[in-house]
Design a protein around this ligand. Structure first.
Ligand code: ZN
Ligand code: ZN
Length: 344
């Protein structure tokens, strides 16, 4: 029987279409990834081409006389401008804010051909520490309301730049979607006196059927009412509303967990296109008891079509419990060794 499931956090319904369900392994893409070179002369993110990008905001390591591991640069084609002072205007029913915002690109490695799923954990930790540093810096700017950290991998995830990178966009307004999720979380807290994410985590840990991996500080699970196959969330086990509250030890543990999930997807589903995003509390609500930040990893295995656009409801053809079982079995030990061997 097909089943409709409601997402506890968004209250959105999804159709889990078991009648047309596909075995998880059938979701592995048939597409051949083209073999990339480690260095591409025309790539603005490859070492030696630093002059092709705006001056960097951050570099790791900071010393200029050693090769860099990672760089943060303003996006040359930024969606928003960091120079402006945000000012609101209202004319009749039309409301706007001038285009202030900060749009950073994090170049994750000098190696053009590398993928995050195969990087050593310590490299992923370095990237996450950069997210945290920039997140903290931007949080102090009173003009900023919301900071979104995300990575697009592959054409179906919205990127055409091959060189491994992620992005961070800080906006002067909070989106309606984030605000509504916040209000749902607050309503839940009012009703139950508990963070709904903490409550969900304790239920999921008890039931086990959607848990992919557990570490000292994090839990990775398949979403019960997942809108698409293999949507995986990584939650801190300790209650924290903002990504800015993460400790250095927790960053290192998150790096291991994120790399593990990306490697399981990489090997289990043949390097799918994916997005990941860090969902954190807006800047003015950093220590609230009712919201809990998390990382959402979304492989782009299916396309949004008319029903989704018309109804706001998604059809998911892979049972989240089957996805869990599948991901648990993907052994990535072998990958660790390969990555370690490939480390310069
Ligand atoms: Zn490159
Ligand atoms: Zn919580």
């Amino acid at each position: 029987m097909p089943e409709l499931r409601q997402n506890f956090a968004t209250k959105e319904w999804v159709v889990i279409a078991t009648e047309r369900s596909r075995r998880p392994e059938e979701m592995a893409s048939k597409r051949e990834r083209k073999q990339l070179a480690s260095y591409v002369a025309t790539c603005p993110f490859c070492p030696g081409n630093e002059k092709l990008t705006p001056p960097e905001v951050l570099r790791v390591p900071t010393a200029m006389d050693v090769p860099w591991h990672a760089r943060v640069i303003p996006n040359k084609f930024a969606a928003l401008s960091r120079e402006a002072q945000p000012s609101r205007t209202m004319h009749r029913l039309r409301r706007s804010v001038n285009g202030f915002g900060v749009h950073d690109v994090i170049v994750e490695t000098p190696d053009h051909a590398q993928v995050m799923a195969l990087l050593p954990d310590s490299y992923v930790a370095e990237i996450l520490h950069i997210y945290k540093t920039r997140y903290d810096e931007l949080s102090l700017d009173p003009r900023i309301a919301l900071i979104t950290i995300f990575k697009n991998h592959g054409l179906d995830a919205g990127t055409s730049l091959e060189h491994p990178h992620s992005q961070m966009i800080a906006t002067p307004v909070t989106s309606l979607q984030v605000r509504e999720r916040f209000q749902q979380a607050l309503r839940h807290f009012d009703d139950f006196g508990e963070c709904m994410f903490c409550q969900m985590l304790s239920e999921e840990l008890e039931e086990q059927v959607r848990i992919v991996a557990v570490s000292e500080h994090f839990v990775a699970l398949e979403v019960y009412a997942s809108p698409a196959p293999f949507c995986t969330h990584i939650y801190p086990r300790r209650h924290m509303a903002s990504f800015g509250d993460i400790s250095a030890t927790e960053v290192n543990d998150l790096a291991r967990m994120l790399r593990l999930i990306l490697a399981k997807l990489y090997h289990g589903l043949a390097d799918p296109d994916f997005n990941f995003t860090i969902r954190s509390a807006p800047a003015d609500s950093v220590s609230v008891k009712y919201f809990h930040w998390y990382v959402s990893v979304i492989p782009r295995l299916t396309r949004v079509a008319g029903f989704e656009l018309g109804s706001g409801m998604f059809i998911n053809t892979v049972l989240p419990e089957a996805a869990t079982e599948f991901l648990r079995k993907v052994d990535v030990e072998m990958v660790k060794n390969t990555a370690a061997a490939a480390t310069p």
